[in-house]
Design a protein around this ligand. Structure first.
Ligand code: MG
Ligand code: ZN
Length: 226
């Protein structure tokens, strides 16, 4: 077998991607700070829920809403490209859900969140979940103004999901390792995933869940201090 070819590496700025433009990132950060201020003024705790496609973000939010809706007045922002399926799933639980469609964009930004914040009465809520578009990469660069950030991964994404996407875990407060019931079938070692997360971010809290059954959801609530 011939040796592996040398890695082709993109230089910084070489990939044309509007998301990486510094001005844009700065503008986003300014808007995120405004969102944060607004949320604080109304005593709303906002929590980002990030994670890849199909990791179980919506299912987890549904379970969190169910467990917390007596204690908190909750709203959910639901980022998706074009659909409102998830927002409808969440609304069944009797909380307000605002769908945010990004079109072709693969992440939410502070401007879209600002617009969604205008659609709800912040006096009516004190807890807000913001589900990002399924993506482990650029949401890391776009703060939205939330107080805490959760990253949901599932064992079905394989054993290297965390080490391959370190940036999103660096600024997260909680990592949720979901679909624990499938770990053995997938040949994934949950303890190794936990260790990977802690190595990237020693302060990150880890919860292991089966969001479909609700197993471990209490751990997530504790990790968020809710
Ligand atoms: Mg979803
Ligand atoms: Zn993106």
């Amino acid at each position: 077998m011939s040796p592996l070819k040398e890695v082709v590496k993109a230089e910084e700025g070489e990939i044309y991607d509007i998301e990486l433009e510094e001005d844009l990132l700065r503008a986003n950060e300014e808007l995120a700070a405004k969102n944060r201020e607004l949320l604080k003024k109304h005593n709303v705790m906002a929590i980002d829920v990030m994670g890849s496609i199909g990791s179980g973000k919506t299912t987890l939010i549904e379970k969190l809403v169910r467990a917390l809706k007596k204690k908190y007045r909750i709203a959910v922002f639901k980022g998706d490209l074009t659909t409102t399926i998830d927002a409808e799933l969440i609304e069944r639980h009797g909380v307000e859900a605002v769908p945010i469609n990004t079109g072709k964009e693969c992440h939410l930004d502070a401007n879209l969140v600002r617009k969604a914040l205008q659609k709800i009465n912040l006096e009516d809520i004190n807890l807000l979940f913001i589900e990002n578009v399924g993506n482990l990469i650029c949401p890391a660069d776009f703060p939205l103004g939330s107080e805490k950030r959760i990253v949901v991964i599932s064992v079905t994404e394989g054993p290297y999901m965390i080490v391959k996407h370190p940036f999103i875990f660096m600024n997260a407060d909680v990592v949720v390792i979901n679909k624990k019931d499938l770990a053995q079938a997938m040949g994934v070692d949950i303890e190794k995933l936990k260790a990977d997360a802690k190595e990237i971010n020693p302060n990150i809290k880890v919860a292991v869940t089966n969001a479909r059954t609700g197993e471990g959801v209490k751990e997530v609530i504790d990790a968020l201090g809710l």
